[in-house]
Design a binder for this molecule. Structure first.
Ligand code: XUL
Ligand code: CO
Length: 436
């Protein structure tokens, strides 16, 4: 069989002392941490769009990266070769999951019917390759943001004709996700947002977005698709104001439109930072509200204000993320999808491997660190101590909603000034360093 990464052998765990850059130093899939293997905890997925379709293009120039599966000329041949290359990559890297948009795997044709036929051909191939390799689909999604018909949005488009196009596309993407046994389905807003309120009826657009999602919920029941639905928040890019801007905003939207029971969130690190939050903040918000579903693992750049989608390498970030994910009970249907791309100058196929190996090692270290933090309860104890006042009869009375203003006043008149306590931030930061 034709191979697309002939110079790469299966990536193995060789331990921290290896000098082989094509080996894992920390990710040992079968190693147990807190009763589960690393592979079971981390549920790594490779994304199709950046890894196989991203060629390093930016606003200033077209792609720089030439791939051997991208060169045969005929679009469906390229699609087939790319699918073969993708499964070779997943298998050599040793990830158990992948993720895709409909338009990543098969190019759009002139009509919806023709496009859907192309999808069926490619999905049949993907299904066979999944069976041959054991690699599973973490989630599928729709690209309803690249084509010019979606320039003013998909579900939030001012035209019902465009809305119907988006809905038809989602219908098909859900069908193929089900066909491939997908464990989830993502709705990322794409161009669901606006540039100026001078031409936008925001209320109406959000009502329409909710109508679209309700249709998806109904169709999910109809076709008996068991995967989990996720919304992926992002505050800006491509539109000036994206509707699903952060976890809190999504939560309010889902509550208002009675969609909370059908959706969880897919939190992306770089989207969190664009929203002015840390990755950990967004994860914690989801855990606290029972809506953490899956993660798009990447990182931004401190000095750039856009979605750079770099591979995660910061051990503080991966440690704190895993600390929160483990506290939330770990992944069920979700996982860590590397929604990240190699830089424009990283033009060799090996670079794709280095990028993923580094990211997987970074999360393996994060997992091990987080497990130690949980075992020692260092931070849990500090937080418990800080809030101890709420466990007294007085604190409990307030928490149970049985207290009133008069009682508060009485308490202060009797007890006077509160005794203040240190927040101990520097000490806790030092203690965190002991785990890194
Ligand atoms: C865009 C983004 C998407 C979604 C899927 O910033 O993250 O790739 O993850 O549509
Ligand atoms: Co993403």
């Amino acid at each position: 069989m034709k191979t697309f990464f002939p110079n790469i052998k299966k990536i193995k765990y060789e331990g921290p002392d290896t000098s082989n850059p094509l080996a894992f130093k920390h990710y040992n899939p079968r190693q147990k941490v807190m009763g589960k293997t690393m592979a079971e905890h981390l549920r790594f997925a490779v994304c199709y769009w950046h890894t196989f379709k991203g060629l390093g293009g930016d606003q200033f120039g077209p792609g720089t990266i030439i791939r051997n599966y991208n060169s045969s000329g005929e679009p469906m041949q390229i699609a087939e070769d790319t699918m073969h290359a993708a499964f070779e990559f997943f298998t050599k890297l040793g990830v158990n999951f992948w993720c895709f948009h409909d338009r990543d795997i098969a190019p759009e044709a002139d009509t919806l019917a023709e496009t859907n036929k192309r999808l069926d051909t490619i999905v049949a191939l993907a299904k066979k390759l999944q069976k041959d390799t054991g690699v599973e689909l973490l989630w599928g999604t729709t690209n309803a943001f690249s084509h010019r018909r979606f320039m003013a949005g998909a579900g939030t488009n001012p035209s019902p004709h465009v809305f119907a196009y988006a809905a038809s596309q989602i219908k098909k993407a859900m069908e193929i996700t089900k066909e491939l046994g997908g464990q989830g389905y993502v709705f990322w807003g794409g161009r669901e947002g606006y540039e100026t309120l001078l031409n936008t009826d925001m209320k109406r657009e959000l009502d329409h977005l909710a109508a679209l999602l309700h249709m998806a919920v109904d169709y999910k029941k109809q076709i008996r698709f068991k995967g989990q639905f996720y919304i992926e928040p992002k505050p800006k890019e491509p539109t000036k104001h994206q509707y699903d801007s952060d976890a809190g905003n999504c939560y309010a939207f889902l509550q208002k439109y009675n969609l909370l029971k059908d959706f969880k969130l897919n939190i992306e690190a770089n989207h969190a930072t664009l929203a002015g939050h840390t990755f950990q903040h967004e994860l914690q918000y989801c855990v606290d509200n029972g809506i953490l579903g899956s993660v798009d693992a990447n990182r931004g750049d401190l000095f750039l204000g856009w979605d750079t989608d770099q591979f995660p390498t910061d051990i503080y970030d991966t440690t704190l993320a895993m600390y929160i994910i483990l506290q939330g009970g770990g992944f069920t249907t979700g996982g860590l999808n590397f929604d990240a791309h190699v830089r424009r100058q990283s033009i060799d196929p090996e670079d794709l491997f280095y990028a993923h190996i580094g990211a997987m090692d970074a999360f393996a270290r994060g997992l091990k660190n987080a497990a130690k933090m949980l075992k020692d309860k260092t931070f849990e104890k500090a937080i418990k101590k800080r809030y101890a006042g709420w466990n007294t009869p007085f604190g409990s009375k307030i928490e149970s909603g049985k207290a009133d203003f008069a009682q508060m006043e009485q308490y202060i008149l009797k007890n006077g000034e509160p005794k203040l306590q240190s927040g101990r931030q520097e000490l806790l930061e030092n203690l965190l360093n002991d785990y890194i």
